[in-house]
Design a protein around this ligand. Structure first.
Ligand code: PLP
Length: 448
């Protein structure tokens, strides 16, 4: 119902509008290009669809200010790194305090004791380790799972994303496994050790587990990186049963689904995995991630360690569990990611989903809105996808780019990669209403 010509016109108009409105960002982009490859310190910063990068000046709570002085209602929140708001006061205080007391020692601090207790209590797994990113936590977990099972294969789901983790970059195209086409410098074939199947397909799962050589299944409880794909009722419980029956470890990466409730998806709906990964917001935006595991897994890890020569395990980096990250995580877990915070976020995210549904319906569009707690997503297709193939088919690159640009130019940020929104403890009803209004104007303009 939306004509390609209307989309092209909107992209052209909004590109011109962005350029006129952001002279300071344009000048900074020009200067940055002197020494930053492609003009940015990290290439994802080019993914917003703007003609040059928008330079941020500062952010607080649910608002972000750019270098030209515009203020944004921020529903992207650093693509989840700041999903509990920008610079939450307890985290800022902890950073300032620890900043004056040393940043990294290769020694635990008292905060480690408190953080261990908080993690175990909240997520129901007794043992934990820290890394600096969720990517690194997933790499560690895959290595441990292979180490303790003595099996070389892993299973992931089509359309998954778990960070910069070589093993998982295998896609299904027309049912055939292939390496993700966008990879740079890939010199070995991960398909030798990685099985990729569709989410929500129990018979494919049974077949992939049957040879008995699979160390782990690594998944988000709901896929959130290919649009959003929810598990069918009973699917995760069946996954839990089947993995147990085949001696395969189950890993839930809850880096995004921590949006569900304070205990994540698994703490809310179950089932309990063998290993659990959480990164991005766990230290309020300070680089940090954690992985937790059962007592049985811990015991098996010890057996592997005892059997190995001591030395490099291939797991961990020098700055992991540094004092600053521990201090920030303690503040985030104890004072920011609280039940009270979720009590604000969850109903407001419901409201946002209803607002988006109403806006879309008012334009006669057959688009779908899903949300997992505070994380929402609209797709420009009528039916909710059940797997990665269906979710990819629903993506509409140019249309989504036009919408994102339109929103940015009117002071609203949603995640640049797809149509993801996050509601944080500081998000207001007015901001939710404004997003609905601006999206409505955008759709009207596209359908004129
Ligand atoms: C589910 C999930 N796991 C892990 C990661 C990797 O996080 P990071 O880039 O902070 O390492 C991401 C990033 O988007 C993610 O969505």
């Amino acid at each position: 119902m939306i004509a390609p010509a209307a989309i092209a016109r909107m992209i052209a108009d909004e590109t011109a509008r962005f350029t006129a409105a952001n002279p300071r960002s344009a000048a900074l982009a020009k200067d940055a290009a002197r020494h930053w490859h492609r003009g940015v310190p990290f290439h994802w910063m080019l993914d917003w669809g703007t003609p040059f990068p928008l330079f941020a000046a500062r952010a607080e709570g649910s608002r972000l200010w750019d270098a030209d002085g515009h203020v944004y209602d921020d529903f992207c929140l650093g693509d989840t790194g700041s999903m509990f708001g920008h610079s939450p006061v307890p985290v800022s205080r902890a950073i300032a305090r620890q900043g004056a007391q040393g940043l990294t020692f290769m020694l635990p601090t008292e905060d480690a004791v408190a953080v261990g207790d908080l993690l175990a209590e909240r997520f129901g797994l007794p043992f934990w380790q820290i890394t600096s990113t969720a990517s690194e936590a997933n790499r560690a977990v895959i290595r441990w799972c292979r180490g303790i099972t003595g099996r070389d294969k892993i299973i992931v789901f089509n359309g998954c994303y778990h960070g910069a983790v070589d093993d998982v970059f295998v896609d299904l195209r027309d049912g055939v496994p292939e390496l993700r086409r966008s990879l740079v410098g890939q010199v070995y074939d991960m398909r030798e050790h990685t099985r990729v199947i569709e989410f929500n397909d129990l018979s494919a799962l049974e077949a992939a587990l049957a040879p008995g050589n699979v160390a782990c299944v690594l998944t988000e409880p709901a896929l959130t990186n290919v649009g959003m794909v929810l598990p069918d009722p009973g699917y995760l419980e069946a996954l839990r049963d089947l993995t147990r029956r085949h001696g395969t470890l189950l890993v839930f990466d809850e880096t995004h689904t921590i949006s569900t409730r304070p205990g994540g998806w698994t703490g809310t709906h179950g089932p309990l995995p063998d290993l659990f990964v959480l990164g991005k917001p766990v230290a309020g935006g300070v680089p940090c991630a954690v992985y937790g595991f059962s007592a049985e897994v811990a015991e098996r890890m010890e057996r592997v360690r005892a059997a190995n020569e001591s030395g490099h395990s291939g797991i961990g980096t020098t700055l992991s569990a540094n004092a600053l990250a521990l201090a920030a995580m303690r503040a985030a877990l104890a004072e920011v990611m609280t039940p009270e915070a979720y009590a604000h976020m969850l109903p407001l995210a419901d409201r946002l989903a209803e607002t988006l549904r109403a806006t879309i319906a008012a334009h006669g569009l057959d688009w779908h809105v899903t949300h997992v707690g505070a994380r929402g997503e609209f797709i420009c297709a009528g039916t909710p996808p059940r797997n990665g193939t269906e979710a990819r088919a629903a993506m509409q690159g140019d249309l989504e780019r036009a919408i994102h640009l339109y929103l940015i130019n009117r002071g609203v940020l949603i995640a640049p990669f797809h149509n993801m929104t996050l509601v944080c403890p500081a998000t207001t009803e007015d901001q939710v209403a404004r997003l609905g209004n601006v999206l409505g104007e955008c759709l009207s303009s596209l359908m004129e």
